[in-house]
Design a protein around this ligand. Sequence first.
Ligand SMILES: [Zn+2]
Length: 121
Amino acid sequence: MTTLEHRRARLDNERALVMKRIDQLHADAESADETREGSPFGKREEEATEAFELEKRIMLDANLKAALAEIDHAIARFKEGTYGKCESCGQDIEEERLEARPQATLCMRCKTQQPKSTGRA
Ligand SMILES: [Zn+2]
Protein backbone atom coordinates (compact mmCIF):
# COMPACT_ATOMS: atom_id res chain seq x y z
CA MET A 1 0.00 0.00 0.00
CA THR A 2 1.38 3.40 -0.91
CA THR A 3 1.33 6.27 1.57
CA LEU A 4 -1.44 7.89 -0.46
CA GLU A 5 -3.56 4.73 -0.42
CA HIS A 6 -2.93 4.48 3.29
CA ARG A 7 -4.18 8.03 3.82
CA ARG A 8 -7.20 7.39 1.65
CA ALA A 9 -8.02 4.30 3.69
CA ARG A 10 -7.67 6.31 6.88
CA LEU A 11 -10.05 8.95 5.54
CA ASP A 12 -12.59 6.26 4.64
CA ASN A 13 -12.21 4.79 8.13
CA GLU A 14 -12.58 8.17 9.74
CA ARG A 15 -15.65 8.86 7.64
CA ALA A 16 -17.29 5.57 8.64
CA LEU A 17 -16.54 6.37 12.27
CA VAL A 18 -18.11 9.82 12.08
CA MET A 19 -21.16 8.42 10.26
CA LYS A 20 -21.55 5.84 13.00
CA ARG A 21 -21.40 8.51 15.68
CA ILE A 22 -24.03 10.58 13.86
CA ASP A 23 -26.28 7.51 13.62
CA GLN A 24 -25.72 6.79 17.29
CA LEU A 25 -26.53 10.36 18.20
CA HIS A 26 -29.78 10.23 16.26
CA ALA A 27 -30.68 6.87 17.77
CA ASP A 28 -30.08 8.34 21.25
CA ALA A 29 -32.24 11.33 20.36
CA GLU A 30 -35.07 9.04 19.29
CA SER A 31 -34.96 6.95 22.45
CA ALA A 32 -34.88 10.16 24.52
CA ASP A 33 -38.03 11.31 22.73
CA GLU A 34 -39.74 8.02 23.49
CA THR A 35 -38.85 8.27 27.18
CA ARG A 36 -40.30 11.76 27.29
CA GLU A 37 -43.55 10.73 25.64
CA GLY A 38 -43.95 7.80 28.01
CA SER A 39 -43.43 9.93 31.09
CA PRO A 40 -46.42 11.54 32.80
CA PHE A 41 -44.15 13.96 34.63
CA GLY A 42 -43.44 17.44 33.40
CA LYS A 43 -41.11 18.60 36.12
CA ARG A 44 -39.15 21.74 35.60
CA GLU A 45 -35.83 20.07 36.42
CA GLU A 46 -36.44 17.35 33.90
CA GLU A 47 -37.23 19.91 31.28
CA ALA A 48 -34.05 21.80 32.09
CA THR A 49 -32.01 18.62 31.82
CA GLU A 50 -33.69 17.78 28.55
CA ALA A 51 -33.02 21.23 27.18
CA PHE A 52 -29.39 20.88 28.19
CA GLU A 53 -29.14 17.41 26.65
CA LEU A 54 -30.77 18.67 23.49
CA GLU A 55 -28.36 21.58 23.28
CA LYS A 56 -25.43 19.21 23.78
CA ARG A 57 -26.76 16.93 21.06
CA ILE A 58 -27.20 19.82 18.64
CA MET A 59 -23.64 20.96 19.27
CA LEU A 60 -22.24 17.46 18.91
CA ASP A 61 -24.29 16.97 15.77
CA ALA A 62 -22.88 20.20 14.31
CA ASN A 63 -19.33 19.15 15.23
CA LEU A 64 -19.77 15.75 13.65
CA LYS A 65 -21.25 17.25 10.50
CA ALA A 66 -18.36 19.70 10.27
CA ALA A 67 -15.92 16.80 10.67
CA LEU A 68 -17.77 14.86 7.98
CA ALA A 69 -17.66 17.84 5.61
CA GLU A 70 -13.91 18.14 6.19
CA ILE A 71 -13.37 14.45 5.44
CA ASP A 72 -15.60 14.59 2.35
CA HIS A 73 -13.67 17.61 1.19
CA ALA A 74 -10.37 15.75 1.57
CA ILE A 75 -11.81 12.74 -0.30
CA ALA A 76 -13.00 15.06 -3.10
CA ARG A 77 -9.45 16.41 -3.36
CA PHE A 78 -8.23 12.84 -3.79
CA LYS A 79 -10.52 12.54 -6.79
CA GLU A 80 -9.23 15.84 -8.16
CA GLY A 81 -5.69 14.69 -7.59
CA THR A 82 -4.88 17.66 -5.38
CA TYR A 83 -4.77 15.77 -2.10
CA GLY A 84 -1.77 16.62 0.06
CA LYS A 85 -1.35 20.09 -1.44
CA CYS A 86 -1.97 23.13 0.69
CA GLU A 87 -5.16 24.92 -0.40
CA SER A 88 -3.65 28.25 0.41
CA CYS A 89 -0.08 28.21 -0.93
CA GLY A 90 -0.10 25.06 -3.09
CA GLN A 91 2.94 23.53 -1.37
CA ASP A 92 2.97 19.92 -0.18
CA ILE A 93 1.45 19.56 3.27
CA GLU A 94 3.94 18.13 5.77
CA GLU A 95 3.91 14.32 6.04
CA GLU A 96 3.69 14.42 9.84
CA ARG A 97 0.70 16.70 9.60
CA LEU A 98 -1.17 14.41 7.19
CA GLU A 99 -0.24 11.45 9.35
CA ALA A 100 -1.80 13.12 12.38
CA ARG A 101 -4.73 14.59 10.46
CA PRO A 102 -5.35 13.05 7.02
CA GLN A 103 -8.17 15.53 6.33
CA ALA A 104 -5.86 18.56 6.67
CA THR A 105 -6.03 20.91 3.68
CA LEU A 106 -3.53 23.54 4.82
CA CYS A 107 0.18 23.24 5.51
CA MET A 108 1.44 24.06 9.00
CA ARG A 109 2.65 27.49 7.95
CA CYS A 110 -0.69 28.55 6.40
CA LYS A 111 -2.60 26.94 9.24
CA THR A 112 -0.76 29.00 11.84
CA GLN A 113 -1.45 32.12 9.77
CA GLN A 114 -5.18 31.41 9.79
CA PRO A 115 -7.31 33.39 12.20
CA LYS A 116 -7.64 31.31 15.34
CA SER A 117 -11.42 31.72 15.54
CA THR A 118 -12.18 29.37 12.62
CA GLY A 119 -10.60 26.32 14.26
CA ARG A 120 -10.87 24.43 10.99
CA ALA A 121 -8.39 22.09 9.29
ZN1 LIG B 1 0.36 26.50 2.79
